[in-house]
Design a binder for this molecule. Sequence first.
Ligand code: GCO
Length: 484
Amino acid sequence: MTTSRPSGRQFPADFLWGSATASYQIEGAATEGGRGPSIWDTFSAKPGAVLNGDTGAVAADHYHRVPEDVALMQGLGLQAYRLSIAWPRVQPTGSGEFNQEGIDFYVDLVDRLVEAGIAPVVTLYHWDLPQALEDAGGWTNRETAYRFADYARRMAEALGDKVTVWTTLNEPWCSAYLGYASGVHAPGRTDQAASLAAVHHLNLAHGLAARAVRDVLGDSAQVSITLNLHVTRAASDAPEDVAAKQQVDTVANEVFLQPLLEGRYPEQVFAQTAAVSDWSFVQDGDLELIRQPIDLLGVNYYSTGRVQRLQGEPVVGDGSPGVDGHKSSEVSPWVGCDDVEWLPQPGPHTAMGWNIEPAGLTELLVSLHERYPSLPLAVTENGAAFADEVSADGRVHDLPRVEYLHDHIDAVGAAMDAGADVRGYFVWSLMDNFEWAYGYDRRFGIVRVDYDTCERTLKDSALWYRDLIATRTIAPAGTAVTLS
Ligand code: GCO
């Protein structure tokens, strides 16, 4: 196979190559080892919440396959592995007693990674909130931020300096707006005001947890947060379209970047969301707590968006048609954007319906670097779902995924050429897993998981990535990959 994709870009020797997963998406063993229920257990059990009624009860069965999975990573030559800790596994109700068996699971996993020469990059919160905390208001309750800091402290004590990077939160945008406004993610609430309180309490949780980790481990601890910053373009230069884009940027990006890195909320957000909330949940001193020094900003990137000032009747809900009969929400996650219209992006698209636009990643990394020149960046997620097929030879020749990775890694290189300080890249995902509201229907892995047997098979993308790590050089996407 050959394609027209260029090759030959070489990455620096200290650039970290990794892959990422998340606890609820791969672990399974939802009721084992003393784990308490999370909001995703509750949500996925609700009829209609997740495509095909899928749940994370078994997932990729990673809980029972740690040695095999670490060996697989080692075989690929991964230098880093981004995992997340299931809070309800180590503290079943999110407050009070910790569960030693759960803590031991992560100590063992991290020890095995270190032993294998793979740097553990640990996310403390990838969306599986203990259900007991949600019953007390979840992220709308300020108290949850303090509970999160206690849990972070306990994990810093347990894992110590074996962890290369501590990431407080993964994509608080999703936790807040998809969880509490559109309700397409757990806990499935549909209350825009609640989503803004969640935004603030997640920011506060980050600050408190960053402080707790440093309290335990000192300043040598590398602390980060991962955001899914939205690359959105205005449909035209007309002032009303540019303003529409700014509205989106404000609630998608600025409500995180500014408090976390600049110690303030964007003025615009208060006016833009005034009909929904008075932001009285922000207390004196919160912004100082939120703005903790961070050592790295994690960037998750998949696609881009395009908006204009609404020209017709307001769209009801999130404006999306719903996928495969999977209902889209009646409440928009885009708080304060009722007069903004989303336009379809030209293809090609992945199986998620997301457009493929590697240049957006270059643009994002370069703009972050220009804005925060001394802040190191890492691409903590990037990857694609495609309708994989197992060929007669038993392999998965996932050329579209190889091309996607090729072009996006090349885009990272282009950002570095332009001066962006990018330290690493993590493919989403190491293996096929529970893709939230889409269940097992969307496969993002570079390793295939047979959901009947949980058997793992390296896809061609995994072999291509293995060769990239070994040579630090991007080979053409169509290069024949061989099993060795
Ligand atoms: C996210 C999450 C991942 C997803 C991935 C693909 O970005 O939504 O961090 O858990 O599975 O992004 O949607």
